[in-house]
Design a binder for this molecule. Structure first.
Ligand code: FAD
Length: 276
């Protein structure tokens, strides 16, 4: 089988196909699998593990044609002219919102349906949430994004619903987070996978088959990539979502896994009001 694309949903496909004993090639346009979730080093680690399991990965490979004969798929032809034998072709190229209905209704769209922090579209009586909505990003001012996850779709849906009945509840901004298991390898990615500018930095540790990278910018953790041990994913996500700076917290040893207990404020607060 050939999978075209290295997006998030490959996790389901790889597992199912290898379980059936199908030989598997994954052709991705980008230079690595899960390119929106994993940086180079993390992707290389995951790809090595998949190669050991017998998966052939072809980076920087675009398909131009699928060849069918006698009513059956036979091969995929790449832009470089290579023929990849296949009796099954699957797509994992990410999401593309269907925005035709919104556009026809005069609602402003770009990649998705454009919404403000209240999930309101350019037409004040129309709201959008979830995979179709391109919403202000939580971490990059001025940017909009489509996280494409259940959690975010549900959170946005609740806020859009409340605002449709006039709650005036702002959204904290779109936040991308994925935690998955690929052939028994735990993978977690959230927020930014690279520093947004030269002010940012990454704290990276790769050891014993585990990979951990924290992305830090202007005294905040703004993203993380974890492979193997992902036990700190929840605490890091909470830290990012709450918008806390590292200076807000009691001194944190970033070389150690972050736990919920580490999210203790330097200045204790009661219901958000500082007691100092
Ligand atoms: C294979 C796969 C695996 C995934 N795995 C995960 C995962 O592990 N974790 C995760 O967080 N996310 C995962 N996702 C993403 C997740 O499914 C989506 O982010 C989430 O479903 C988005 O919810 P939504 O309500 O915005 O859109 P959808 O769930 O797509 O719902 C949209 C609904 O609107 C309906 N609709 C569309 N157009 C019209 C119309 N004109 N009129 C009426 N109805 C219409 C559709 O039929 C559909 O029922 C996965 C997605 C796929 C495809």
């Amino acid at each position: 089988a050939v999978i075209l694309g290295g997006g998030r949903i490959i996790k389901h496909k790889i597992h199912a196909l290898l379980k059936l004993g199908v030989s598997l090639t994954i052709a991705v346009s980008s230079d690595r699998l899960l390119s929106r979730m994993l940086d180079d080093e993390a992707a290389a680690m995951l790809q090595r593990r998949l190669a050991e399991a017998g998966v052939r990965i072809l980076p920087r490979t675009d398909a131009t044609r699928v060849v069918a004969r006698d009513g059956r798929v036979r091969a995929v032809i790449t832009a470089a002219g290579e023929e990849l034998p296949a009796d099954l072709v699957m797509l994992a190229k990410g999401i593309r919102p269907d925005i035709e209905l919104a556009r026809a209704g005069g609602v402003a769209t770009e990649r998705g349906v454009l919404v403000d922090e209240y999930l309101r579209t350019s037409r004040p009586e129309v709201f959008a949430a979830g995979d179709c909505a391109e919403a202000p990003d939580m971490l990059v001012p001025g940017k909009r994004s489509i996280p494409g996850t259940w959690f975010e779709a549900v959170a946005q849906g609740e806020i859009a619903g409340a605002n449709m009945v006039d709650a005036s509840r702002p959204s904290p901004g779109a936040f991308k987070m994925n935690v998955m298991d690929i052939l028994g390898i735990a993978v977690a990615s959230m927020g930014l996978i690279e520093p947004p500018d030269s002010e940012g930095r990454g704290v990276v540790r790769a050891r014993d088959g585990n990979y951990r990278k924290l992305v830090i910018s202007r005294d905040r953790i703004v993203g993380a990539v974890l492979i193997g041990d992902v036990s700190e994913a929840g605490a890091i996500a909470m830290l990012i979502r709450r918008g806390l700076t590292l200076s807000d917290l009691k001194p944190l040893d970033l070389s150690k896994p972050i736990g919920y207990a580490d999210l203790t404020l330097r200045q204790p607060s009661v219901f958000g009001i500082r007691t100092d």
